[in-house]
Structure formats: structure tokens, C-alpha cells
Ligand binder design. Structure first.
Ligand code: 5AD
Ligand code: SF4
Length: 479
């Protein structure tokens, strides 16, 4: 942690207090406690950010509403990875406008990746002028300051979007969904500039947190009873390349990277399972495979986005691997970690993709046998190189997409069924909403298991026999 971070946090603590006073006044005049509702789009990074936003709101004195309709303060944490997210947001804003007409005191804030795009902010300022607060990915820690401004000084929109990070603010308050598993950011941003992707533009250049900060956070979670940790970064394998801050560990040991960090997290006794996401195939090292192999706490699950199976397309995507080198890596992982589940992201319809390129993608899917594959239609993102290239017709893309979906459905059902009949350790996550008397948990390979059990099991590791594979999940029996 550095001075920048400390100063920014102190300033926000001050504004949290000031907002509290404002809320007390509101409580006194309305007789009820104001509520919030945060809607999160997109990836794990946004989910983590929302936990911080909710933590700040609760410190201010808001309580969580059961739904957006009842909330006094509504926040949308947006995603800009694909175009359809824009349309979704505008649709939501249209209905929020009607709600705001009925309840003018309701506050609306929008934040996240979409707000890092000036044209979108301009559009929202103009077309949805009822939105009270707009902020971006680099200053979410300023929520209390911006809210205070809105509550006290202005009738107009408060807009505060930074072009690049100013401070990495550590130790923000947080509200987590679960009290036994948690994500922990190890780095922010991305330097890879895949030619289709907007993330490096809206989340900035890669910044790793220091090992000291990461380990302090994990130990603190362990002390509170957390058992499972997910280490998060756009490309965890390049952890340590660009540190945010002077780190004692780094000063003393230049060889410190993700494998070393992962191994240290595993040494924390109370933490029983460690996950990580995402691994760029170009950077997954032998050293990392060695660490996973000798640490049973590391979940046997690797998310290894392939994007395309065609070496020519991968080159245009700026992915720095080929079909052959990807398959070699997969084989190495499967040999060294026989139980591993592999999952992936796949895109179809990248500019210039031919039927032959697409067949290479289908071939990789067949050869790897992913347990799960997230499939996407390429979406043109303004500002990225691929947006300026000639685009494929919708018809061709839709046809390829449905063929890919069908194959993925077949192969992943087949792959994930291979554990049937085995006994596995499951971390129970929740009571099953659809089957009375059942609970639901995850194996270390991330596959879901439903089995008969009482609500007290939530948050516990339980040994379960896997009776039947049902495609993407199992039915099991507690041992
Ligand atoms: N269009 C479609 N999918 C995209 N992704 C990233 N950018 C785009 C885009 N422009 C997908 C990639 C990535 C996942 C998180 O989202 O597959 O791995
Ligand atoms: Fe986007 Fe590529 Fe970075 Fe992933 S590695 S966030 S796809 S630029």
C-alpha cells in the first residue's frame, strides 16, 4: 500500500461519514431507512467491484433492497465486452426513467467499463439526463464523494470518469455474497491488446498488486472463516510483470511471479481450495503446472480461452499462439494433471474467418473435450483494430455459431460425465431452490453437484458420491 492509496482511502472515509449524516437526515424526514440495489453485468472483475460498491453503501447506512423496484439508490455496473450489453443497458435505463418519474427521489448511478467510453457517456448524459451519477472503472472508490456531491450541491448529473488509474485504493469496505468463498484481485487491467477486445482500453494497462497486499487480504479472509479463494486477473500468468507499488518481496526476489504467489496462498492453513482465472495460453508456464501438481489445494480447473482454433485467425487476433502450440499445451496439462477440467472461451465470426478457419475451431473443440465452453459471436468494438476490418455477414456467422453450440453441447456433456461413479469433495454453496431438502455445491473442477442435505452444510466441504451426470451437473449422495 502506498501514500496515494492511503490518502484516497482517508478522503473516502471522510465522505462516507458525510454521506451518513445526509442519510440520517433522510431517515429522520421519511421515517425509513434508505435502500440500494446494484445490478452487475459482465465478468468476475465487475462482480468484485460491485462487492466494494455495496460495502461502501452499507457503511454509509444503506441496506440492500430485495429488488430494484423498491430501491432508493439504483446502481448499474456495466460491461462493454460485447455490443448487446449497450442495448441491454439502454433498455434498462428506459424503464428506470419511468420509475424515476413516479419516485423522483430515487437516485440512479451508472459505472463500470461502458462509462470509460466517452461516446457512451455523452449519449447517456444527453438521452438519459435523469441519471444522477456517472463514474468509471478507475475511481469506483469515490462513490461516497460523488454521492455526497449529488446529495448536497447539485441538481445536475455528477460525472467523474478518469482516463487512467490515479491510485489503487486498498482496504475498501466490501459486502460479499458468500462468507466462505471469495475472489481476490491480484492484478488489474490488461496489456495484451487482442485485436477484438476493448478491455485494455476500459480497464487500463496491467497493474499487479504487491504480494504483500494480496497475502494480507487472503489471510484476513482466512481469519474470517473463508475457505476458498479465487485469484483474479485478466491474465494471471503475467502477474508481477508490472507492479503497482514497490514491493519488499519483489525487491528481494526478482523471480517472483504467479506460481510463487499461488504457492504462498496455498500455505495459508485455513484456505482449503484455491482457484485462479484467467490464464492466457501464451503465458501458462511449466513452473505453474509444477506448482499446481504439488499443491492439492489448487483446484483442478483451468480456464484457458482459445478464442479460435485457426492459427491464421489467432495471428490476426494477436493471441501469440497457434492451434498446434495450444493443443500441445493442453496435452501437457492433461498429462501432468489427469483430473483437470478445462474450460474455454470461443469466438466465431472474427473478421476474415473462413469456413476452413471455423473447421479448425471445431477440431480443437473435438480434440480438447472441454468441460465447459463459453461461446460468443464476435462483436465489433469501436476503437479496436478489428472493428476497422471487413466484417462477415450475419447469416454466415449465425450458421457457424449454431454449429459450434451444438458441438460444444455434445462434447462438454460427454467430457463432464467422466466423473460419474467417483467420490468427490464438494464445497456446498446454497440450498437448492428447486428441490426441497437438497443443497448445491461445486467440486474443485468447478462442476455443480446437487444432493440431499441440510442447510447447515452451506459453506462446508462434504464428500459426495456422484450418482449421475446430467450434462452440466451431477446428482450425488452425501457419504
Ligand atoms: N466480441 C465477442 N466476444 C468477445 N470477447 C472479448 N471481446 C469480444 C468481442 N469483441 C470474449 C472473449 C473473452 C471473453 C471474456 O469475451 O472470448 O475471452
Ligand atoms: Fe481482452 Fe485479450 Fe486482455 Fe483477455 S487477454 S482481456 S481477450 S485483450
Amino acid at each position: 500500500m502506498n501514500d496515494n492509496s492511503n490518502n484516497a482511502r482517508e478522503r473516502q472515509t471522510y465522505y462516507i461519514e458525510r454521506c451518513r449524516e445526509q442519510l440520517d437526515n433522510i431517515k429522520a424526514s421519511t421515517g425509513k431507512s434508505p435502500t440500494y440495489y446494484v445490478t452487475t453485468f459482465g465478468c468476475q472483475m465487475n462482480a468484485r467491484d460491485s462487492e466494494k460498491l455495496m460495502g461502501i453503501l452499507e457503511q454509509i447506512g444503506y441496506t440492500e433492497a430485495a429488488s430494484e423496484k423498491e430501491a432508493d439508490f439504483v446502481i448499474y455496473n456495466t460491461c462493454s465486452v460485447r455490443e448487446n450489453a449497450n442495448q441491454k443497458l439502454y433498455g434498462h435505463l428506459g424503464s428506470l426513467k419511468k420509475q424515476k418519474e413516479k419516485r423522483p427521489d430515487m437516485l440512479v448511478a451508472i459505472c463500470g467499463c461502458m462509462m470509460q467510453q466517452a461516446d457512451i457517456v455523452g449519449y447517456i448524459e444527453k438521452s438519459f439526463s435523469f441519471v444522477d451519477i456517472i463514474f468509471g472503472t478507475f475511481n469506483l472508490y469515490k462513490l461516497s464523494e460523488l454521492l455526497f456531491l449529488r446529495l448536497t450541491e447539485t441538481d445536475r448529473q455528477v460525472v467523474d470518469v478518469l482516463e487512467a488509474p490515479e491510485a489503487n485504493v486498498e482496504m475498501l469496505p466490501e459486502k460479499k455474497k458468500y462468507n466462505f468463498k471469495s475472489g481476490v484481485n491480484i492484478m488489474y487491467g490488461c496489456n495484451n491488446f487482442c485485436t477484438y477486445c476493448i478491455v485494455p482500453y476500459v480497464r487500463g494497462r496491467e497493474r499487479s498488486r504487491t504480494p504483500e497486499d494480496v497475502l494480507t487480504e487472503v489471510k484476513c479472509l482466512a481469519d474470517q472463516g473463508y475457505k476458498e479463494i479465487m485469484l483474479l486477473g485478466q491474465n494471471v500468468n503475467s502477474y508481477g510483470v508490472n507492479f503497482l507499488d514497490e514491493s519488499e518481496t519483489i525487491k528481494n526476489n526478482l523471480e517472483y511471479g504467479f506460481p510463487e504467489l499461488l504457492e504462498e496462498v496455498c500455505k495459508i492453513d485455513e484456505i482449503k481450495r484455491v482457484r485462479f482465472m484467467t490464464s492466457h495460453p501464451k503465458d501458462l508456464s511449466d513452473k505453474l503446472i509444477n506448482v499446481i501438481e504439488r499443491n492439492p489445494k489448487v483446484a483442478r480447473h483451468i480456464h484457458l480461452p482459445v478464442q479460435s482454433g485457426s492459427s491464421a485467425v489467432l495471428k490476426k487476433m494477436n493471441r501469440h499462439y497457434t492451434k498446434e502450440s495450444y493443443l500441445e499445451l493442453v496435452n501437457k496439462i492433461k498429462t501432468r494433471l489427469p483430473d483437470v477440467s478445462l474450460t474455454t472461451d470461443i469466438m466465431v465470426g472474427f473478421p476474415g474467418e473462413t469456413e476452413e478457419d471455423f473447421q479448425d475451431t471445431m477440431d480443437v473443440v473435438r480434440q480438447v473435450g472441454y468441460d465447459q465452453a463459453f461461446t460468443f459471436i464476435y462483436s465489433m468494438r469501436t476503437g479496436t483494430p478489428a472493428a476497422t476490418w471487413e466484417q462477415l455477414s450475419e447469416e454466415v456467422v449465425n450458421d457457424r455459431f449454431s454449429r459450434l453450440l451444438e458441438l460444444v453441447r455434445e462434447t462438454s456433456a460427454e467430457a463432464s460425465a467422466r466423473f460419474a461413479g467417483q467420490d468427490k469433495e464438494v464445497l456446498v454453496e446454497c440450498v437448492n431452490d428447486h428441490m426441497e431438502g437438497y443443497v448445491t455445491g461445486r467440486m474443485d473442477n468447478n462442476i455443480l453437484v446437487h444432493f440431499e442435505g441440510s442447510p447447515e452444510l452451506v459453506g462446508e466441504f462434504v464428500n459426495v458420491h456422484l450418482d449421475e451426470a446430467k450434462g452440466f451437473y451431477y446428482m450425488g449422495t452425501k457419504l
